[in-house]
Write a protein that binds this ligand. Sequence first.
Ligand code: TXA
Ligand code: MG
Length: 334
Amino acid sequence: METKRFTTNKEDLAEAAAIIRNGGIVAFPTETVYGLGANALDPEAVKKVYDAKGRPGDNPMIVHIARASDIGQMTPMLSPKIVTLIENFWPGPLTLVLKKKEGIPKRTTGGLDTVAVRMPDDPAALEIISRAGCPVAAPSANLSGRPSPTRAEHVLADLDGKIDAVVMGSECRVGIESTVLDMTGDVPVILRPGIVTADNIEAALGVKVEYDPHLKQNPKDETADFKPRSPGMKYRHYAPKADMLVVEGQRDDVKREIERLKKLNEGMGNKVGTILFEEKAFIEAAHDLFAELRELDKEGVDMILAGALSDKDGVGFAVMNRMLKSAGYNIVKV
Ligand code: TXA
Ligand code: MG
């Protein structure tokens, strides 16, 4: 199929919305990463998204809405806590996992009785969703397993010819996907860390937030019981084509080790790329990580050496969650 290119002007967005309304699939920018959108209420359309991405069918999708009040289509009732979260963080990069209303297709929620909902903070995304006139299921617009796309060119690199259209917007502001917060139990639980941190949520709610325990575990650790509640977390993710190693430790030691490994590997004829963010520049790291992984792939490196960020809870922790998955949890401590 030919993949149409749209700009972010009104007429183009109206056409993009019409494609979604009529059962097609369209990639569009959000503030986090580009999403690949389909009518969330149309199982056939949602199936097209799974097929284009090569995504396993039990991995549920986030449903995107353009007005907070549209959440009523997804879930039966809003607790005071959920209302507070919506008031504080929407539109924005916080996804809420809620009890699902009947009528949302199984295909959209991967057969779960919960549904993940968010209202993105991007004018083009909001325009498309509101014009489509339906909730829009949208996973990240990459081939399953590849780094999430933060630029339109990344979407085309993975999906050109496989989807109906791409809205060629600007670079995504955040660069990593939304925080996924499970609000179905007594305690809010972070299933996927993001730029909205546990501290931010605790400050808004005045209650303690927990992490899904697997987020603090290394799945390669055989003593750990690795059963994540967010199905997306069990697949290998964000993987560059090159082998990747994360080096963890004091900053100077990390720099030295990366230099040492680079030299030796280059001496053997390998092309080596490095990812080393400024210390404590977690927001920038979030913005750049996926783009850098794709850039190094394009350069055809054989090996990527990345310096770990030291952060146990905040935005740096969210970046490390992606970096470690990219590296298949291949990590050395110095
Ligand atoms: O920032 C984002 O969230 C981007 C943009 C496009 O909005 N979307 C995104 O979607 O990252 P996706 O499909 O790549 O990731 C959705 C994550 C997966 O880890 C999935 O398992 C989890 O959310 N998820 C979705 N529905 C869920 C549910 N009902 N219960 C638990 N986890 C859920
Ligand atoms: Mg994804």
